[in-house]
Design a protein around this ligand. Sequence first.
Ligand SMILES: [Zn+2]
Length: 94
Amino acid sequence: MNREQRRAAAKEAKKNSNPELEQKIGLFSKLPDECLTCQKPFDKTDKKMVMSWNVVVREQKEVVNLYCPDCWAKAIEIVEDFKSKLEERDATNS
Ligand SMILES: [Zn+2]
């Protein structure tokens, strides 16, 4: 492969960029501007917010769910509580 061909190949590779990545970026543009649970406003340009809020992507449905840190903590609490209840039940049943 000579230099010219290599350059052409690189250009071609760039053109056919990763469709999966493009889909992810597409989903990112679908990012809601408020918390799904409490409707607290979300500022996409606020780096601190972007870092602390939680994004759940349902790729098959192309839906992006956004949770503020408070609602996320509550959700985890509920899940943990649910899990411990299940474990308790399992423990008494066996
Ligand atoms: Zn919230």
